[in-house]
Structures are given as C-alpha cells and as structure tokens.
Write a protein that binds this ligand. Structure first.
Ligand code: MD6
Ligand code: FE
Length: 234
C-alpha cells in the first residue's frame, strides 16, 4: 500500500470564516430515510471545505485501499478524519485509530463539519469518523452497504464536492430495485432509519462538470458515528 501524491493547496478564498451555515436548506425525501439537500453548501462554503481538505491531505496523505480477500485496489483514494477511520485491505473492512501507511492518528474532524452534523442530525452523539473519498474522473464505487459501524441508529451524512457523480440507491437487498440521482458539488445526502442499510454506489463521475477542484474529480465526505453512544443512567 502506498501513499498517493500530494494534492496542491488551493488559494485560500478571502471572505470565508470556515463556517458552514447556509441559511436556506432545501430538503427532499428521495425515499423514506434518504434525504437529499441540493446545494447544501454554497460556493464559498464549498471552497472553504475544499481548502480544509487540502490541508488535511497535505498533512496526512490519501491512501489506496484494497478490496478484502483478493487485494485488488479500489479506484477511489481515501483519508479519514476523527478518532476512528474506515479502512479496507486483504483482511477486511474495519475502523481503526491510525492511518494504515503512516501509523499516525487521523487528523481531527473539522469544526465546520461537527457543526453541520449537529444541525442535520438534531445533535446526535458526536461523529467519530469522516471518510474522505477522492474520485478521479474514471473512479467508481460498487454497490455497498455501510455496515461496519456498531450504531445503525446513527445517520450517515454525505457531502459532495467537485465534479457531478451518478449515485445509485437500492434497497437493503443487493438485487433490489435501484434509482439514481446526480450529486453535484455542494449537495448533501443523509442515510437514516429505514434506509440506513440500503445498498448504494457511484456509477460514474462526469468529467469537468465543476470548477471547484483544479485537478478535477470529486471528493465525497461521509460523516459517521461508529460506536454506540453511552446512554446516561436515568
Ligand atoms: C459517494 N457515498 O457519494 C459514496 N454512504 O461517493 C456513500 O458511499 C454513502 O453517500 C453512506 C451514506 C451516504 C453516502
Ligand atoms: Fe456508503
């Protein structure tokens, strides 16, 4: 497993304070438990988040995950933020406290993301992991369930930055019917409740559909609670 090359730090946008706080929030229920927020982040917020991601990547480096068993490389490159990070290699999928290549703890989840999580999840227990996936224009993500967490009561909050992607959502059965939506830069998506274990994936990325990332491609961030929150005694 090798670190991929560094991504250049983009020029800092002048007027941002790093806070994500879009005033208006359009909320579309695609199906029970799947909530779509078109342009959840405005351009300024996207630039600010992009710049925070570049700083994290320059410090901690994207890594190349491999599939369980056969060890073939995934087409996306990854980095995690938080006390736990999702990794995949020949021995399987799991959460771990350290970067698989450098052995360092993951960088912390950005305060702007913690704030957004609080707003979107009605202050559910703090997230422990934010998986950053980087897609080149040819990368894809096969249909999968997010099921390596202990706590399926917690929603998963997803943010897209950069080129538009075709996102497919199915049911909790791998062979169930699917529907597709295009996720654009700044869009948010939540998987919760009845949809928490639905299969989903990225069929394709549409090249050069966004000017946010100089190098093109797409970042997807998924913010997750991994462990069950400790419930205070009555
Ligand atoms: C992606 N998203 O958008 C992949 N998982 O690149 C996911 O795998 C995902 O969007 C759980 C919940 C929402 C998601
Ligand atoms: Fe997922």
């Amino acid at each position: 497993m090798r670190c991929s090359q560094m991504v250049p730090i983009a020029t800092q946008s002048s007027s941002t304070n790093g806070m994500i706080d879009s005033a208006a929030m359009t909320r579309i229920e695609i199906k029970p438990g799947v909530i779509y927020f078109p342009t959840l982040l405005n351009r300024e917020e996207q630039e600010s988040l992009r710049d925070e991601i570049y700083v994290a990547i320059n410090a901690a480096h994207l890594f190349q995950s491999t599939m369980p068993r056969w060890g073939n490389p995934m087409s996306v490159k990854m980095l995690n933020l938080g006390s736990l990070g999702w990794v995949s290699d020949k021995s399987g999928y799991r959460y771990q406290k350290r970067h698989p290549v450098t052995g360092e703890a993951w960088p912390p989840i950005f305060p702007s993301l913690l704030k957004l999580w609080g707003r979107l999840t009605n202050n559910y227990a703090e997230p422990e992991a934010c998986l950053i996936n980087y897609y080149s224009s040819t990368a894809k993500m096969g249909l999968h369930q997010d099921r390596d967490e202990e706590d399926f009561n917690a929603p998963v909050v997803s943010l897209s930055l950069g080129d538009t992607a075709l996102f497919r959502i199915g049911t909790s059965e791998r062979s169930g019917p699917t529907q597709s939506i295009k996720l654009q830069s700044g869009d948010g998506l939540i998987f919760d409740g009845p949809a928490r274990l639905d299969f989903h994936g990225i069929d394709r990325v549409y090249k050069e559909t966004s000017t946010l990332l100089n190098e093109g491609g797409r970042f997807n961030l998924t913010i997750r609670r991994v462990t069950k929150p400790v419930i205070a005694a009555p």
